[in-house]
Design a protein around this ligand. Sequence first.
Ligand code: GRF
Length: 203
Amino acid sequence: LRVAVLASGRGSNLQALVDARDAGDLAIDIVGVFSDRAEAPVLERARRAGIRATSLAPAGFARRAAFDAALFAAVDHVQPHLIVCAGYMRLISSAAVRRHLGRMINIHPSLLPQYPGLDTHARALADGATEHGASVHFVIPALDAGPVIAQARVPVLPDDDAAALSQRVLAREHALLVRSVALIADGRIDCDGGHVRLDRSPL
Ligand code: GRF
């Protein structure tokens, strides 16, 4: 399975995919990493792993759709079967999403449908949530609203602040993302027009 990764920051989820691939646990070829931030550490991680890394600055574009057209032209050029948004922090225009429907997934740090959008850990704490986690889902035009592939749950502990909670969630994200990509690579799940077909429970 040819996989492209979109990421804006640290890249620990990319690293998890690289490590699983290197360990022989994930039958994927990571054909490119794309970022909207030239200084994102994920780019260096990619290059260290021998993956072509590309960044494109949104500032050079007047409209989101124009930026996405350029970004996804580069992504499409590497002919991915699957696009993984792993800490990609920009909204993607619906035209670009629609063109890749069923072929793009995202990892989001909440138990969707709870807490779509930003600051999920702080919002969960402010609500007094007792449980929190992360979700991997297919991307549809509505933000963080696509069909969920798999989730990981963690408890919220009494002394948690957003940093502690986000660390506990992140520690579970890596295996969650690897498992979700493996389900797709193994042909056990796919998504047709926003409707997920699972041939067996992933759990
Ligand atoms: C993760 O928490 C992911 O769920 C969120 O952004 C963070 C990315 O972390 N969307 P990393 O860049 O993969 O380390």
